[in-house]
Design a binder for this molecule. Structure first.
Ligand SMILES: Cc1ncc(COP(=O)(O)O)c(C=O)c1O
Length: 380
């Protein structure tokens, strides 16, 4: 019965031609590379408007390679928002660099651009070698704006700031396939952008990701690095430290089928987000405010509410799956020694009060109404 059946948080929706395309990929006997990988990459490039889309093994590896291509080296500092999935900060650390966490804006939950600028103006100096941190003299090489939950950062402003301070921009667009700002797709206005196709994302390849760029040389270099930097057609000659980060053909086949359904997925995500805003109107909850000019994919519905953890537990007893928002990076043991730039510790407050709401593209209206009614019972 629908009224008591479990309502999952965010399920994949594989009701298109996934099985057919994956079987075709297996039958072709082309597994590592192949025609579906080419097709999926072309679909991504066409949809986002990026000149190049390169399929990789996941969103984290996409970030690691993109940061390498952005010139991040051991000892560098990289500016990241304090509220994001840990992969954003991990990818920096993998390269021997350190993230500097910048607090988020209380309304948009995205990197606070005032704090970002303030840090660069008051705590860095520039010379011909780039931008350096006043106290540690470590180079500040890049900034990674994250388009959290589908909301797109003010990329015009961030690109301006980055250009002024000679730092590179790598956009973490893991959550924002289908999100545009002033008609430009997220992940396509920095030097490089990265995406995730993890199973909870708006489209999935089970595990997978992509690197976007408009720069042909960077795209070529990315392809080289993700295939172990092999520089000879037959001999095992490797001219750099490469990785085995390719997206494989059967998973790209799943991606190709998912891309065919993306416009419908975005439509449903928007309906779900609009429903929650409507049904909780006037109640003591707060939703993420979109940055002006953003057409969000509303990848994941979320809200702030007092006693969020108690509510999550209560909803679980009614078979409704919800989750907290991410723990701020500065609170995680691996990053506790890193710099955290803040005025009012907004990320901690948003994390403490944050909860993610059920928002599968396959959620029915009846299920949505059950979520709305049940939550209202607790918070009215
Ligand atoms: C903001 C953000 N960055 C990076 C990632 C990493 O992607 P993946 O899980 O595909 O490695 C995720 C994925 O969940 C994410 O939400």
């Amino acid at each position: 019965m629908e009224t008591s059946s479990p309502i999952p948080l965010c399920e994949p929706n594989l009701n298109g031609r996934e099985k057919e395309y994956m079987a075709e990929a297996v039958d072709s006997n082309w597994l590592s590379g192949g025609s579906f990988l080419k097709r999926f990459e072309q679909q991504l490039a066409d949809y986002t408007g990026a000149s190049h889309a390169i399929g990789v093994s996941n969103g984290t590896s996409a970030l690691q390679v993109a940061l390498t291509l952005a010139g991040v080296e051991r000892g560098d500092l990289v500016l990241v928002p304090d509220l994001t999935f840990v992969a954003t900060a991990n990818a920096v650390k993998y390269l021997g660099a350190d993230p500097v966490m910048i607090d988020i804006h209380p309304a948009t939950w995205l990197i606070d651009t005032e704090l970002l600028l303030d840090f660069l103006e008051k705590h860095t100096y520039r010379n011909t070698g780039g931008c350096f941190h006043n106290e540690s003299h470590r180079r500040v090489k890049a900034v990674v704006p994250v388009h959290l939950l589908g909301n797109v950062c003010d990329m015009e402003l961030i690109n301006d700031i980055a250009a002024r301070f000679s730092i590179n921009v790598v956009e973490d667009a893991a959550c924002s396939l289908g999100s545009f700002r002033h008609n430009r797709h997220s992940g396509t206005s920095g030097l490089l952008g990265t995406m995730s196709f993890n199973s909870n994302k708006i489209i999935t390849t089970a595990g997978g990701g992509a690197i976007l760029t408009n720069d042909e040389a960077l795209a070529k270099r990315a392809r080289h690095l993700i295939t172990q930097a092999k520089s000879h057609a037959t001999e095992y000659i490797h001219d750099a430290l490469g990785y085995n980060f390719r997206l494989v053909n059967p998973l790209a086949a799943m991606g190709a089928a998912q891309m065919e359904q993306l416009p419908g997925f975005v439509r449903r995500k928007k309906e779900v987000a609009e429903y929650y805003c409507r049904v909780f109107d006037g109640l003591p909850v707060q939703f993420q405010q979109l940055t002006p000019g953003t057409d969000s994919n509303h990848w994941h519905s979320a809200m702030l509410v007092n006693e969020s953890r108690a509510l999550i537990v209560a909803l679980a007893t009614e078979s409704i799956e919800t989750r907290p928002l991410w723990t701020p990076i500065h609170q995680l043991p691996v990053f506790r020694q890193n710099l955290f730039i803040t005025r009012e510790n907004v990320s901690s407050e948003v994390s403490l009060r944050g909860m993610m709401l059920p928002c599968s593209t396959s959620i029915t209206d009846t299920q949505l109404q059950r979520v709305g009614k049940t939550i209202k019972r607790y918070i009215s």
